[in-house]
Design a protein around this ligand. Structure first.
Ligand code: CA
Length: 509
């Protein structure tokens, strides 16, 4: 064949057999990189801002080492007011369904082995979590042609329930996901818990690393990278949900990074927590490097986030300590319990890429508008050209305007956080954010609620929740409580119960 005829043949092949191009050209690969129990302050990237909206560093930013998060943030946009539910399963199911926990009704973390509603928790809360055949982000993406890859922590349902196996929930592949909410151990030498007293919480599917020095975070990263390679080789767009067990307790030090914190003056558990953070950050860097090596970094959109407020072992749950300068930590009704890091970035920026043209993300930008975990669902579906079926209520709002660094005036700045359970750091409460105001309703007044049903804060003038205005501003309290009550009703929430097992609904002051 002459060169001339060969070129003609090539042109003909390209014209008539574009192969997987419709996917490859239009739709991004999606990575959700979810870190367990990582709050907004557990990083060297400053997420909080000063009065003029500029990033402001606090001492915790200088304690933690997350160079790969710094790199991701430098190439993309991060949010200063991104909210999650205050514990694990409610957030995870909000990501998968696009619904606030008040609506999907998994309002507490799922204990794998017993219904943990709490003594006066709602009998009809959704302890069993997600079910086979239900609407999920993964299932909709799979139906749209994506390869859906689950690596890491599931925690979508109790032991032996349908939700315990992510493959029942729309994932083609599952490595490491089960009913457990925490790993038996991070150490390969301990078979990730199998050879310990916490064997019921052993992380499954990682037998080939048993007996090795492979830290759990590293093993999951190797597995995720291998599954991404397979998808790329097959020419299929992929949705990677990499949900690290890190940085959840047990706070076992990652020996690769221990020396970095030995002279910090912090207690050993806090040093161990910092090594879990740094190992998670290495995983992010390794994944980004792998996407580059495969040549898919430009077509891959990464969402990095935590699943609830910080659980750093640094002080009392209701103080300014674990998430300083924010008050509170995981489980608590203050901002430290629900504010998480959020970064969105193309794995490698290239303005000419057609997918990046559709969603240009400014480099090094900071978005100050409030957003929340349920917003990922409509955002990712939109980018993938997929839709939730009619009848499935979506509480989340599309983030595409905010991701481009613009204000989105069509979005109300409202966040409902409903925790009708006990015991935890805060018991039986609902909070409601509307603009600068935040009200907290405590179903049973206690010391943690300053002896009242109500707390009221102005997050603009008092971002660290020091001045409870419930008594001094009754008009605003009443207006905010009316909003809270209406929001719970609109979400068809379930409530704690009284001694006669009747629902206890919040009351106006
Ligand atoms: Ca968590």
């Amino acid at each position: 064949m002459t060169i001339h005829r060969f070129i003609l043949l090539l042109l003909w092949l390209v014209a008539f057999f574009p192969g997987p191009a419709p996917f490859a050209a239009d739709r991004p690969n999606i990575v959700v990189f979810l870190v367990d129990d990582m709050g907004v302050m557990d990083t060297s990237v400053p997420f909080l801002t000063d009065e003029s909206g500029q990033p402001r560093r606090y001492p915790l930013n200088d304690f933690y080492r997350t160079p790969n998060m710094e790199r991701l943030a430098a190439g993309g946009i991060r949010f200063s007011q991104f909210c999650a539910m205050s514990v694990c399963s409610p957030t995870r199911i909000a990501i998968m369904t696009g619904q606030n926990a008040a609506r999907h009704r998994t309002t507490n973390w799922i204990n794998p082995d017993k219904n943990n509603a709490g003594p006066q928790g709602p009998p009809d809360w959704n302890w069993r979590g997600l079910k086979r055949g239900g609407v999920t982000l993964a299932g909709l993406l799979r139906d749209a042609g994506y390869r859906t890859i689950h690596v890491g922590k599931g925690h979508f349902g109790p032991r032996n329930a349908e939700g315990a196996d992510p493959r029942n929930l729309g994932f083609d592949i599952n490595v490491g996901g089960a009913s457990i909410g925490a790993p038996g151990s991070y150490y390969g030498q301990r078979s990730y818990g199998l050879s310990t007293q916490r064997s019921q919480a052993a992380v499954p599917h990682l037998e080939k690393y048993h007996g090795t020095e492979t830290f759990l975070t590293e093993a999951l990263t190797l597995e995720a990278n291998a599954r991404v390679s397979d998808a790329v080789k097959a020419g299929q767009p992929f949705f990677l949900y990499l949900a690290h067990y890190a940085v959840h307790a047990p706070f076992e030090p990652d020996p690769r990074f221990a020396a970095h914190y030995a002279d910090s003056g912090k207690p050993p558990s806090a040093q161990a927590f910092a090594t879990l953070i740094e190992g998670m950050d290495k995983s992010l860097g390794d994944l980004l490097g792998h996407l580059d090596k495969l040549g898919v970094a430009e077509s891959t959109l990464v969402f990095f986030l935590g699943d609830n407020g910080s659980d750093a072992p640094l002080g009392q749950p209701h103080e300014i300590a674990c998430a300083a300068p924010l008050r509170g930590k995981k489980g608590a009704h203050y901002e430290g319990g629900m504010r998480v890091p959020f970064i969105a970035a193309w794995a490698r920026a290239r303005a000419a890429d057609p997918r990046q043209k559709r969603l240009p993300i400014p480099a090094g930008a900071l978005q100050g508008q409030q957003a929340a975990v349920q917003d990922l669902f409509p955002t990712i579906l939109s980018l993938a050209g997929a839709k939730a079926p009619p009848g499935h209520v979506v509480d989340g709002l599309n983030l595409e305007v905010l991701l481009q660094g613009d204000p989105d005036r069509s979005r109300p700045e409202r966040f409902l956080m409903h925790y009708p359970h006990a015991p935890h750091r805060s018991d039986y409460w609902t909070s409601y954010r509307d603009g600068d105001w935040k009200v907290i309703y405590h179903y049973f007044p206690s010391a943690a609620s300053e002896g009242s049903h109500y707390q009221l804060f102005n997050l603009d003038t008092d971002p660290f929740e020091q001045a409870n205005l419930a008594a001094s501003n009754p008009a605003e309290l009443r207006r905010m409580m009316a909003g809270l009550i209406a929001a719970l009703e609109a979400h068809q929430a379930v409530y704690p119960v009284d001694q006669q097992r009747a629902p206890l609904k919040p009351k106006l002051p």
